[in-house]
Write a protein that binds this ligand. Structure first.
Ligand SMILES: Cc1cc2nc3c(=O)[nH]c(=O)nc-3n(C[C@H](O)[C@H](O)[C@H](O)COP(=O)(O)OP(=O)(O)OC[C@H]3O[C@@H](n4cnc5c(N)ncnc54)[C@H](O)[C@@H]3O)c2cc1C
Length: 470
């Protein structure tokens, strides 16, 4: 099984934002034995190893130019499932989509989901993914009960909150630097309905956005807001917040747990999805996006308000409505950047981010704000505050200004006690990493790496860029 004489195939791997790419050899193990064989092969050939799930991280987190990439998407078995408790043992390549398609008929839903259904549970655990309900139920790590991590030398560590607890707390959100997840035990959420009761709002400026979050996070299961990042002056930070609540027992007269009935619609406001991608590409300039953001703000302001019921899939996976949206950013791609800032400083920092990016003519084409809470994971991005996810197109003419601007913003975020999300980073420098997490946490992380991977075989381009190589 994978003898040392095998010549592995090679291909180009990129991040979801298309902003960087590199060539690596790769394997696609189908089970734990093949995963171990990939590691053995890497040791024999002196190759560094990066784990990869669906490659949905925007930047360089699952890339390893010149080394080995282990693509885990073929390890996608549900190893055990208990419909009484909602506890499942999963191979690392099981995706969010596979989870809801498998477990919904028993009345269960992943307690946390990102804005797309394609990530794998291995990638999710390694990034400690958060959802629009993070302020209430925490990130994914809080719903992982235990796992098995395979070290590059083949040793398997059982990790949970009692056994190897330090390793467990560091591997969740440890961006693949502390071994490969071979099995992950998760707890899903019991549902009484597959619908959410959703309410759309309008916030005229950034102050109103924060006021809205303060009020609605007290009484909602989900809160998220879209921001128009292209407008300044009195309307700076305007946008459309949404709140949503699960339906309680008895509130849905005819609960429907058939997964096929949850599929996303083929049209958005009457326009076929495929065409929406093409239309977006036509508007993909600063002026085009000012117009799109203005139009969306106007609909949010004057359009119908009030509550409506919406399926969990339709509410949560908005970005999957237009799967080709990223193609609008070709050929140079885009960076996603998501700083997390403590609640005391978040409004000021977000205001400065919007002002600076507009003044430099590098506005974000999309802005999404969420509320978070602190968690137990060593290098977590989670804190008692807010995050602002931003999409910046890259062009030959804006690249230098954008890089300079995001570095200045990262300084501001560090100054304010903030952190960064590795799944949505392609820009920050080692000094930002040091300031965001501090020497003590980074030293503890390093000690665990020395235990699991003394020869530093696990490597990604993100870890190298963050100064964590060697
Ligand atoms: C449209 C879109 C919307 C998104 N919305 C959100 C959101 O709302 N909230 C959020 O938190 N994130 C969000 N994300 C980011 C996404 O959830 C994360 O990047 C997630 O990690 C992707 O999972 P993946 O399987 O694609 O992992 P990859 O991107 O392939 O890998 C992510 C990391 O996990 C490591 N890894 C992968 N598999 C393993 C394994 N078996 N063992 C050890 N390490 C492993 C990799 O080395 C890498 O460091 C979004 C991404 C997209 C594209």
């Amino acid at each position: 099984m994978l003898p040392a004489s095998t010549v592995l195939p090679r291909k180009v791997f990129d991040g979801f934002g298309y902003a960087s790419c590199s060539v690596s050899v790769f394997t696609e193990p189908k089970n734990g034995e093949e995963l171990a064989a990939s590691f053995r092969y890497a040791r024999e050939h002196g190759l560094t190893i990066a784990m990869r799930g669906s490659g949905r991280s925007y930047g360089d987190a699952a890339m390893n130019g010149g080394g080995l990439v282990v693509d885990t998407r073929s390890m996608r078995k549900v190893l055990a499932w208990n419909p009484d408790t909602g506890i499942a043992d999963l191979e690392p390549g099981v995706t969010i989509e596979q989870m809801w398609r498998t477990f919904l008929k028993d009345g269960y839903w992943p307690a946390v989901v990102p804005g797309t259904m394609f990530p794998t549970i291995g990638g999710i655990a390694s990034m400690n993914v958060h959802g629009k309900n993070c302020f209430k139920v925490g990130p994914w790590g809080d719903h992982i009960l235990e796992g098995e991590l395979v070290a590059p030398d083949g040793q398997v560590y059982l990790v949970n909150r009692d056994e190897n607890a330090d390793l467990f707390n560091a591997a969740i959100g440890g961006f693949g630097m502390l071994g490969a997840w071979r099995r992950i035990r998760v707890k899903l959420k019991r549902l009484h309905s597959t619908k959410l009761r959703v309410k759309g709002h309008y916030a005229a400026n950034l102050r109103e956005q924060f006021q809205w979050f303060e009020e609605y996070t007290q009484k909602s299961d989900y809160c998220v807001s879209w921001l128009d990042c292209t407008v300044g002056g009195a309307a700076l930070g305007r946008g459309e917040p949404h709140s949503a609540n699960y339906l309680h027992e008895g509130e849905d007269p005819s609960p429907d747990f058939e997964p096929a009935h949850q599929d996303l619609p083929g049209h958005i406001m009457g326009v076929p999805k495929a065409l929406v991608g093409t239309l977006l590409a036509k508007f993909n300039t600063n002026w085009g996006m000012r117009f799109v953001n203005f139009a969306k703000s106007t609909v949010a302001r004057f359009g119908p308000k009030g509550e409506y019921d919406q399926g969990l899939v339709a509410f949560n996976f908005l970005l999957d409505y237009v799967p080709t949206f990223r193609d609008a950013y070709r050929p140079h791609g885009f960076v996603q950047y998501q700083p997390f800032v403590p609640k005391e400083n978040a409004e000021e920092v977000f205001r400065n981010i919007l002002r600076l990016t507009q003044a430099r003519d590098v506005p974000s084409y999309l802005g999404v704000m969420k509320r978070h809470r602190p968690d137990a994971y060593l290098l977590s991005h989670g804190l008692d505050g807010y995050s602002l996810a931003l999409d910046f197109p890259i062009t030959p003419s804006n690249r230098a200004t954008l890089t300079k601007t995001l570095h200045e913003i990262s300084d501001m975020v560090c100054e304010a006690g903030g952190r960064f999300y590795p799944a949505k980073d392609g820009m920050i420098r080692p000094d930002h990493v040091q300031r965001a997490w501090g020497q003590e946490r980074l030293a503890r992380f390093d000690t665990l790496r020395k235990m699991v991977d003394p020869d530093r075989l696990l490597r990604t381009e993100l870890a190298a860029r963050w100064g964590l190589e060697g």
